[in-house]
Design a protein around this ligand. Structure first.
Ligand SMILES: [Zn+2]
Ligand SMILES: [Zn+2]
Length: 243
């Protein structure tokens, strides 16, 4: 299982980059996790857009799905050029009617998931757990055999995340604020809370992502390290984990 960071900013992308977007691959199956602002452009450094096999969205905030519309245009253009009628499945929760409706298009098909669902998407088994966020949002636990990746999506610190992240080979945690800031008010986590989550869950490695546009981001790693003694990495475009 290969995980590549495409976009890692919270809220908006810094120049030439993207907000939340990750590529997960196995045996030639390519799945995009979230599709934030700038994702379509940056994704093409790593994969041809028409070679995507599925997309899974955590929620409908723009920094996680802003590029769905232009991705649909890209599939329209590519299908027209190649005289094909390939349809791309886009998995999203069904609790936001207009958000979910936007996943349907001539060449994309929205497929609704719910908390607790166990979905086989290509070679990956996905399970979803609701997070604590101002809008419905779902963390993802992704398994192949005995390998597990957990992506928190957007969430404030929540005890229920601990068993969900249990023993993850790679924990990808949103890290929107620094130690001591009130992240919960905005539905997000601090660096220290990410570290505590990784330690409590017994995660083997921690990737900090959904990063803030202020402060010295290397401090996020130092602050998380006070809570967690495993390997910690700050996300950047092109960072790869291979299990
Ligand atoms: Zn976000
Ligand atoms: Zn959000």
């Amino acid at each position: 299982m290969k995980w590549t960071v495409i976009g890692y900013w919270g809220a908006y992308p810094e120049k030439g980059e993207a907000t939340s977007a990750y590529l997960i691959e196995q045996d030639g199956f390519r799945c995009l996790i979230d599709c934030g602002s700038g994702a379509l452009s940056r994704l093409q450094r790593f994969v041809d857009v028409k070679e995507l096999d599925a997309i899974v969205l955590s929620h409908y905030h723009q920094d996680h799905m802003a590029d769905i519309g232009v991705l649909q245009y890209s599939w329209l253009v590519q299908n027209s050029l190649h005289h094909t009628k390939h349809k791309l499945p886009i998995y999203g929760h069904g609790e936001d009617e207009s958000g979910f409706a936007a996943l349907n298009h001539q060449f994309t098909e929205g497929i609704a998931y719910q908390e607790g669902d166990i979905l086989d998407i290509g070679p990956f088994q996905f399970t979803f757990q609701r997070t604590t966020h101002p809008v419905p949002c779902f963390a993802m636990r992704i398994r192949i055999g005995d390998q597990v990746i957990v992506y928190t999506a957007d969430s404030s610190f929540d005890q229920e995340l601990i068993p969900y992240c249990s023993k993850a080979d790679l924990l990808i945690s949103e890290c929107s604020f620094y130690h001591g800031q009130d992240a919960a008010k905005a539905g997000h986590m601090t660096s220290s809370q990410c570290g505590r989550l990784a330690a409590s869950a017994g995660a083997k490695q921690l990737l900090l992502t959904h990063l803030p546009h202020f402060g010295n981001r290397e401090d996020l790693v130092k602050e998380a390290r006070r809570e967690y003694d495993g390997p910690i990495q700050l996300a950047y475009e092109g960072w790869v984990w291979q299990g």
